[in-house]
Design a protein around this ligand. Sequence first.
Ligand code: BES
Ligand code: MN
Ligand code: ZN
Length: 513
Amino acid sequence: MTALTLSTSSAATVRADAVVVGVAKGPKGVVVAPGAEAVEEAFGGKLAAVLENLGASGAEGEVTKLPAADGVKAPVVLAAGLGDAPEDGAYGHEALRRAAGSAARALTGTKKAAFALPVEDAAAAAAVGEGALLGAYTFTAFRSNGAAGKDAKARKNDAKSAPLAEATVLGGKPRDKEFKAAAERAQVLAAEINRARDLINTPSNALDPKQFAAEAQAAAKEFGLTVEVLDEKALKKGGYGGLLGVGQGSDAPPRLVRIAHTHPEAVKTLALVGKGITYDSGGISLKPAGHNETMKCDMSGAAAVFAAVVAAARLDVPVNVTGWLALAENMPSGSATRPGDVLTMYSGKTVEVLNTDAEGRLVLADALARACEEAPDAIVDVATLTGAMVLALGNRTFGIMANDDAFRTGIHEIAEEVGEQSWPMPLPAELRKGMDSPVADLANMGDRMGGGLVAGLFLKEFVGEGIPWAHLDIAGPAFHEGAPWGYTPKGGTGSAVRTLLRLAERTADGDLG
Ligand code: BES
Ligand code: MN
Ligand code: ZN
């Protein structure tokens, strides 16, 4: 991954292959954002005019490359659009993150870039660092022309498509404790988000529940977390009817992973539960063509939980964080659960499976019930749960449901703060009766209208009494099918990792949970 450093060098004299400056849309045209003064000076104060002549407007996502003027050591200047210039001069962190991400992606094939963006404090430096490291991400593990064993021409091509190797953020105080910690946090967070992205992008024939569990075991060993894996035998013995019912149609059996960061000074415990369907075919209620091509992404919730727990451990956050990965593959076969079958869940409740494509709630129900046995101070599940949530909120916004209004609001505010789009959604009580079953305690489907909320109400049935719980439906933002933008690549995005890490930090501070 791209390395992140802080430097006190001037933007004009820094040793780099490119220097990134910020440009914004001012009332009278392009303005150069603070941080780039030395570069502006080298351009004789005409950088904004030069950029306008090149067609730049300062719009978000815009990148303009130009040869550097004499007096700038780096050979290339890249102007990254920050959007509208703020009236008070305070550039938002998300604007910085996106601009740095667009710039880093445009600098693919470059070794070292210096970012001369407006960095007023440690948090702004972290935002620039995060954006650069997330924007530089590429997924090449399954390309036949990977780095090894190539002739000279192939190696040259590889170098051209290699992600930016080093990002240096200028304008901060590298020796200041706060800046140091912010840079370390940005580096760890980006590495863990990119870990989640790698897992999401890995095709289902290379990542089944067992292989996902092995990834958790390896990371736990490397970073000192506790890990426990329940295989199909242990799941049977434990009575995990939801996980077993969903996984029984596949040749790759299910797993439940418990991965925990514990801190000696922790006073609070946060439980995180992730939906980990390594492939969702729909099962016997098979998805039609056009709806199954991206379903390797159906473990994005588990990937986010895994990444967040490991990040909390690597940053030594003084809170206990227990991650539960509910892993199964949803396939149709002679041994698959049929529509109409009744499962006895881990909690003891029985569920009539009316639609085998509503599988996420079944694996989550078992994991939620198991996690609640440990009486955490708060519990959050993350899942690519419903197409209905995508219809409601679009491709960039996740829905938040909860059994506690203050907890839901708190998570919404945290998401906003870390630059993740989310929206609070209700759990209307009248939708519960749609899941009444003539044969079991409840059915896994209810009213079609408000399908995302119905799924939330189903999960609520498996949450322990008195435990604040929130459900994040990330079906929209988890996997990006369009062109890359800002720091968001094509494919797995790592949605919710930033929100979960900040929630862990807030829980440690005693603010929530
Ligand atoms: N994994 C899907 C939800 C999904 C849809 C994720 C689109 C990402 C993008 C989930 O398991 C599912 O199939 N949900 C059904 C539920 C329905 C059968 C009640 C859905 O949303 O159609
Ligand atoms: Mn499904
Ligand atoms: Zn699914």
